[in-house]
Design a protein around this ligand. Structure first.
Ligand code: AMP
Length: 420
């Protein structure tokens, strides 16, 4: 229960208004450590409640140590994408609704005049994308000297997007900070540890990767298809029969255009999101989908990272992604914070190897589904049914026997020597 975390009444009241009463595992782990003054290095994918894991202790800090006079920003939260920044900002506003704390957000795609207004508001908490904030620092329209907490959200993504140099410069500007918290979907690979080492001071390391049980809440199905046309027929059928809310992932902007036109023509209400869209159109699409006005969102990966829509019942991979970790990010849009979700992948022959990779990466197999009237001509190859991890286990058992025999043989062979 949140009461056990010793949070201010105003924050508890906000959580109650938000309908939240029990912390998620990353919240239970991170909030006490951050409230004890520790730097935090957390592996926490989206959907685990990581945003409140840093917002709640940050707000508690501001309430515990109120500033004496209006001044510059004290908490800086950096997000790799605009959508994520807006979501963090919205959660910050919700959490601070019963306090006097002031929050603001600046991101690319918003005009500079609006930014300047935001920055002139004596903000306690600023959420920003690194590029836009750095522009303001260079123009001296923003400064970080009074920052006391620096939070880096989705740090792995920041590195992927080439933000490490800018983030390091912003961190150098915020050099008098007391605490730094870094959240990342993973702490493995991509230089994330080196990045963390350069920014954090003796951090406590926390792992909130979803447990097996939490993961199992996302059911993973696949439908075999003979062609792109067949995939579209399956998509239409699934959307018409099974769906309450769905995000449909496609591989390119061209494909997005095609699919959303076809769905619209076939009478579905669809919103769409792609990386090149102006910010106001992206926001409008998200608002339509979030409010439930439109039940289907078609998106490319670039656009969809970080979007947070509670209660997405289905994620549909119209096209499989090229990388297994992107698959995990995609399906993380459903089954959020403990809710059940279904991920459906539409698979053509050329996707088989990718499905095998994903199955090995997630250590989970996919379940085959067939819609009788749309039965494919192809059969599923063995690798979908048997993720390699299981195959490996069997081989390991056999290998053990073999090596046991070898050892015996060797021992026998050796004994005369030993006897000598
Ligand atoms: P995040 O991982 O921060 O993107 O959060 C994912 C979703 O979980 C958001 O919609 C949050 O509102 C929701 N959430 C955060 N904390 C909790 C909680 N303690 N209980 C239930 N839902 C939560």
């Amino acid at each position: 229960m949140f009461e056990e975390l010793d949070l201010d009444d105003a924050l508890c009241a906000a959580l109650a208004t938000m309908g939240l009463n029990k912390p998620t595992s990353i919240q239970s782990l991170a909030i006490p450590e951050a409230m004890n003054g520790r730097d935090v290095l957390a592996s926490a994918p989206t959907g685990t409640g990581k945003t409140l894991a840093f917002l709640l202790p940050a707000c508690q800090y501001l309430l515990d140590y109120p500033r004496k006079q209006p001044g510059a920003t004290r908490i800086l939260i950096l997000s790799p994408t605009r959508e994520l920044a807006l979501q963090i900002y919205q959660q910050a506003q919700a959490v601070t609704q019963h306090t006097d704390l002031v929050c603001g957000v600046i991101t690319g795609g918003i005009n500079y005049g609006t930014d300047r207004e935001t920055l002139s508001q004596n903000l306690d908490i600023l959420v920003a994308t690194p590029g836009r904030l750095f522009e303001h620092i260079e123009k001296e329209s923003a400064e970080c000297r009074d920052i006391e907490w620096l939070v880096l959200d989705e740090a792995d993504r920041m590195l992927d997007m080439g933000f490490s140099a800018i983030v390091n410069q912003i961190a150098a500007e915020a050099r008098w900070r007391k605490q730094t918290l870094l959240f990342s979907a993973t702490l493995e690979g991509g230089g994330i540890r080196r990045f963390a080492d350069s920014l954090l001071n003796e951090p406590v390391e926390l792992d909130a990767s979803p447990s097996r049980k939490e993961k199992a809440k996302i059911l993973q199905w696949y439908h075999l298809a003979d062609s792109a046309e067949h995939k579209y027929a399956l998509l239409k059928h699934i959307l018409a029969e099974q769906i309450t809310t769905a995000i449909v992932f496609v591989k390119t902007r061209e494909r997005l255009q095609q699919i959303k036109d076809m769905l619209t023509r076939d009478g579905f209400q669809v919103a769409w999101l792609q990386g090149e869209m102006p910010q106001d159109r992206r926001n409008a699409a998200m608002a339509q989908f979030k409010s439930g006005q439109v039940p289907i969102l078609v998106a490319t990966d670039v656009a969809a990272r970080g979007i947070d829509v509670p209660n997405v019942s289905h994620v549909i991979n119209f096209d499989m992604p090229r990388k297994a970790d992107v698959y995990l990010h995609r399906i993380g849009r459903t089954g959020r914070a403990g809710a059940k979700g279904i991920a459906i992948s539409l698979i053509e022959a050329h996707d088989f190897s990718m499905v095998g990779k994903v199955a090995r990466y997630t250590k989970e197999s996919f379940k085959a589904r067939v819609i009788e009237e749309l039965r494919p001509k192809h059969k599923a190859p063995a690798l979908i049914k048997k993720p390699k991890s299981k195959v490996k286990k069997k081989m390991t058992a056999k290998a053990k026997k073999r090596s046991a025999k070898k050892v015996k043989g060797k021992t026998r062979g050796k004994s005369p020597k030993q006897d000598q």
